[in-house]
Design a protein around this ligand. Structure first.
Ligand SMILES: [Zn+2]
Ligand SMILES: [Zn+2]
Length: 583
């Protein structure tokens, strides 16, 4: 199963390699369109050369091209096969196949020059296709057999022909063939398509967006199938914490399977990707899936509301026409309340791009405990952040997409500022209550560390340590409920400066970004049994805002924070995604 990380730049190239091919790329050219355009120019040159007496008598130029009778005669004399005579003869009528046209031209030539009846025996290798077209029925059979396990309605054919063979044929075609004749490759593909069309039912041969691309290798006479994925769009809500969005390979064994992960190869047993994708593997008879979400929530964050849009990609499916409503019910039943999906429907490759590139505003609900904050901790939370320096050491390797492709509002150059160190070291010693709770040997060790006398009773030691050690922290008074509610209300409209949190620093560039809190609502303050207050509220903020950090301040890396504004420690209990304002 592919585990797609959000920063991984999935290349368009894979998808486009064959779909686009043929127009310009020599090696993978499926259709050669150039010949038709270049032909008239050739004609003019040749005509002028015939007018010039100097050119007369020099080799090939004397022989006129098809569709002149002399041109046809020459094609036959060269040992050209019927298919190539038809392709290059320029006489094909609508109701005829290319081969029929070739047979007709040959018999007209033989009527006039009966000795040419044995031309093919004398020259058994067609100089244009090297008898490749004789294999077209065989190749059609191979394709027919290889695609038969797959349900499909759109098939594209392609061929790999050695470059030198194509170039030689092109040169001869321009010298002897009628203007606008099919090139070697498109001629072969057309011939195979004709055989296939007779046998395939409900399958359209296309030049674009196929479900399967059958690529013929003419050297080995084999066919390689490129089976395109089937895409489904939907929304998921995540009702259980502790589930990552995409599968995480086990850290110990990197997915190979070990004792730590119960041989599953997974760091977490469940993922949103697997809960949705695994039931679909059987339904689509597919080998694996890839998951693309419109952003992602943290593992411990639920996702509520209308749910998060996603596209799941079923790779190499044998089945494509699926009752999506039934599939959705199967997924929801198997997930057993961990997640739930809605609005499942067929989708396509371009929707993946849309889903991944849509920056979405989101609503969150967050709950935290209110604890006392010391003066030293407040100093850290409010330490000045330098927003004037442009960050010059942007990390090249990390956060790839962020620097180039995924520009968000607020990621303007001026905002890539170099953060100041956020840790301010203010020494704080233990207070009397802490020391009272300690055992005597611990106090003796502490006295020793402070280079004090170790003699005396416990109270004596405590007094000595308090007098000599760094000052005990001074805690700030906890705010009143009214003041908390007012501060939460005033958070709406505040533009935050957020330095990349430590917890994501390993996969994101260390930058300061500006993000706006748009709205705050529904604050609730509960006083718990132990007298500690728990506060819950909902906030809507700009895409890319680190929400927990907005509340607890992340050691001064997010400023301002609710914690720094109410001058109390905000110990975050949980966070839920409420709604994603997109689509
Ligand atoms: Zn031929
Ligand atoms: Zn493992």
């Amino acid at each position: 199963m592919s585990n797609e990380k959000p920063d991984e730049n999935e290349s368009e190239e894979d998808w486009m390699k064959y779909a686009n091919a043929g127009f310009g790329q020599t090696d993978y050219s499926l259709w050669d369109e150039n010949s038709a355009v270049e032909q008239p120019k050739e004609d003019v040159e040749e005509d002028s050369s015939l007018d010039s007496p100097d050119q007369l008598g020099t080799h090939m130029e004397e022989i006129p091209r098809a569709p002149s009778p002399a041109g046809h005669k020459h094609l036959v004399r060269m040992g050209t096969c019927d298919h190539c005579i038809g392709r290059l003869g320029g006489k094909k009528r609508f109701e005829q196949s290319i081969e029929q046209s070739g047979t007709e031209i040959r018999s007209l030539v033989i009527e006039r020059d009966s000795h040419l009846v044995t031309a093919r025996e004398e020259e058994p290798l067609c100089p244009f296709c090297e008898n490749l077209y004789e294999e077209s029925e065989l190749l059609a059979d191979i394709i027919y057999d290889s695609i038969s396990p797959y349900e499909l309605s759109r098939l594209q054919l392609g061929a790999r022909i050695p470059k030198d063979q194509m170039e030689e044929e092109e040169e001869m075609r321009k010298r002897h063939g009628a203007g606008g004749s099919d090139a070697l490759k498109s001629g072969l593909v057309n011939a195979i398509a004709q055989h296939l069309n007779k046998r395939l039912e409900g399958v359209k041969l296309v030049n674009d967006k196929p479900q399967i691309l059958a690529l013929i290798d003419v050297l080995t006479l084999t066919v390689e199938l490129d089976i395109r994925a089937h895409y489904l769009y939907g929304r998921y809500i995540k009702l259980e914490r502790g589930i990552p969005q995409t599968r995480w390979p086990c850290r110990a064994c990197k997915g190979r399977g070990c004792e730590r992960c119960d041989q599953t190869g997974l760091q977490y047993k469940k993922s949103v990707q697997d809960l949705i994708g695994n039931p679909l593997l059987e339904i689509f008879q597919s080998k694996e899936h890839a998951f693309h979400g419109m952003g992602r929530e943290d593992i411990d964050v639920r996702c509520m509301g209308r749910g998060r849009p996603f596209v799941i990609e079923m790779k190499e499916p044998m089945i494509r026409s699926v009752d999506v409503i039934e599939a959705m019910e199967t997924i929801n039943k198997a997930a057993d309340g961990s997640i739930e999906i809605t609005g499942l429907r067929d989708s396509n490759r371009s929707e993946v791009v849309r889903v991944k590139d849509t920056p979405a505003e989101k609503s969150y609900t967050i709950r935290f405990r209110l604890l006392p904050l010391s003066e030293a901790e407040l100093a850290v939370l409010t330490a000045p952040v330098d927003l004037t320096h442009i960050d010059v050491q942007e990390r090249g390797g990390k956060g790839k997409k962020q620097s180039s492709k995924r520009k968000r509002r607020g990621d303007k150059k001026n905002d890539h500022t170099k953060p100041l160190p956020s840790v301010i070291d203010i020494p704080e010693g233990p207070d009397e209550a802490t020391l009272m709770a300690m055992k005597k040997p611990e106090l003796v060790a502490m006295a020793e560390e402070l280079k004090l006398s170790k003699a005396g009773t416990k109270p004596v030691l405590i007094e000595r340590i308090l007098a000599a050690g760094p000052p005990a922290p001074t805690y700030l008074d906890l705010p009143e409920n009214d003041s908390i509610l007012e501060t939460i209300a005033n958070l709406a409209g505040v533009k935050l400066a957020q330095r990349t949190p430590e917890r994501v620093a390993h996969r994101r560039a260390d930058l300061i970004r500006r993000r706006t809190v748009f709205e705050t609502s529904k604050p609730v303050i509960d006083t718990m049994g132990d007298g500690v207050r728990e506060i819950e509220f909902t906030l809507r903020c700009e895409s890319g805002t680190y929400v927990k950090e907005t509340v607890h301040g992340d050691g001064g890396r997010t400023q301002p924070s609710l914690s720094s504004l109410i001058k109390a420690k905000c110990d975050v209990l949980w966070l839920d995604v409420g709604d994603i304002h997109a689509d």
